[in-house]
Design a protein around this ligand. Structure first.
Ligand code: MN
Length: 295
């Protein structure tokens, strides 16, 4: 593959609590884009009184979660004591470091639409065993240019820079394309991908629609996106992540032993992951398949 080829990788269907999602990362075709290691596209789905979209308390380690909504609301609670409502166009960024737990709950919406993305960023060795942190941004830098409104979640894009915590060289941007062509500046040292949330985006000669990850590769200093109607996508990019990653359940680690330790700590309600003040019962899972548990 040359630098400027595009690779279209099908997302896979997955289930998160009662939410059906399309998982664009990781897939068999691709594990990471920069340090981005997980992309779930949630919805759009109609909310109704008989449908729970709550994700009960569960642990994370070695990663940052990026919650980004196009419509709907979530109430985030975590073991640092944070309680934060997130609405469309805002950013919740949670850094787990060695361990944190959180829930994402419906704040009581019984109608309307839920649509968004949840992404994970693998933390580098420098910070992955460090402390946990939560940041919320009501407003983010917005670039208005020909046929495009770009909102910078994390990292730098053109002249704009998000002040959200960033532990490695990466960027995450929402592209709202109006009908027509839009050209954006890219960093040739980064690899990039887009995931379309709604509509249809033309990249080079490829039509990219929801349900795939379009990997753009590295070496580009700009990219032209086309749309024949209003369309929305997430652009993620970063310096190729060269550390080994081992992911299982909600944990990003380097080895099976680290995962086993984390599973044990969560399953015994060890203080490592703390406690979330939620009315929902914690999510417990069976041990990882390689782990032998004493009878
Ligand atoms: Mn989570």
């Amino acid at each position: 593959m040359t630098d400027h080829d595009i690779e279209i990788i099908e997302s896979r269907e997955a289930q998160v609590a009662e939410l059906r999602v399309r998982r664009a990362l990781p897939t068999k075709g691709r594990r990471t884009v920069g340090a981005w290691c997980f992309v779930d596209h949630m919805g759009p789905m109609a909310l109704s009184p008989d449908r729970s979209i709550d994700v009960a308390p569960h642990p994370h380690m070695g990663l940052q979660t990026v919650t980004w909504l196009f419509s709907g609301e979530f109430l985030h609670r975590d073991s640092l004591g944070t309680e934060q409502l997130i609405r469309a166009g805002q950013l919740n960024l949670m850094t787990s470091g060695h361990g944190i737990a959180h829930s994402e709950e419906n704040p009581g919406l019984r109608s309307g639409e839920m649509h968004g993305m949840q992404l994970w960023i693998a933390q580098p060795s420098l910070t992955r065993d460090g402390g946990s942190e939560f940041e919320h941004f009501d407003q983010l830098p917005v670039l208005e240019t020909t046929n495009l409104t770009a909102t910078v979640l994390v990292g730098s894009f053109g002249e704009l820079r998000s002040t959200a915590r960033r532990d490695s060289e990466l960027v995450g941007v929402e592209l709202d394309l109006h009908a027509g062509d839009a050209t954006v500046e890219l960093n040739p040292d980064f690899e990039y991908a887009i995931v379309v949330a709604n509509g249809s985006v033309l990249v080079d000669e490829f039509v990219v629609e929801p349900g795939v990850l379009a990997y753009l590769g590295a070496g580009r200093d700009e990219c032209r996106f086309g749309a024949t109607r209003a369309s929305r996508a997430i652009l993620i990019g970063g310096a190729p992540f060269d550390e080994r990653l081992f992911m299982w359940w909600n944990f990003v680690a380097r080895t099976q032993d680290e995962i086993a330790d984390a599973w044990r700590a969560w399953s015994t309600a060890d203080e490592r992951f703390g406690r979330v003040d939620s009315s929902f019962a914690r999510i417990d899972v069976d041990p990882p398949p390689w782990m032998s548990v004493p009878q």
